[in-house]
Design a protein around this ligand. Structure first.
Ligand SMILES: N[C@@H](CCC(=O)N[C@@H](CS)C(=O)NCC(=O)O)C(=O)O
Length: 98
């Protein structure tokens, strides 16, 4: 089971969408956390393991992954059957040019 740290109406929503498209939500525990918002509201949440108190943050066993780009690459590699990302060394593996 993966642990995904998410704050609604933030960048982490894009990762939530990807998890859904990958069919991975049933393998993911979603933790809604508070974050410091650009308008001055909110605060870092002690329940969020991200070193800077930010989202998105993904924990998969010993892997702790931050930054959307890194999380997207990790997830599309982990769920290759979804065909959403080309696998390294497999040209066309994502169903054609992307
Ligand atoms: N470059 C990071 C940015 C992460 C980021 O700044 N997330 C915002 C939410 S949209 C956040 O957690 N802000 C809280 C803070 O800055 O303390 C990514 O794309 O994952």
């Amino acid at each position: 089971m993966m642990d995904f740290y998410h704050a609604p109406q933030s960048r982490s929503t894009s990762v939530l969408t990807l998890l859904d498209e990958l069919g991975a939500l049933d393998q993911t525990q979603i933790h809604i956390v508070n974050i410091k918002r650009g308008d001055g509201t909110g605060a870092a949440d002690p329940a969020n393991p991200h070193p800077e108190g930010k989202v998105p943050y993904l924990v998969d066993g010993a892997e702790h992954i931050r930054e959307r780009g890194a999380i997207f690459a990790y997830l599309t590699d982990k769920f290759p059957q979804a065909g959403l990302g080309p696998q390294v060394g497999e040209a066309g593996g994502a169903g054609g040019p992307i």
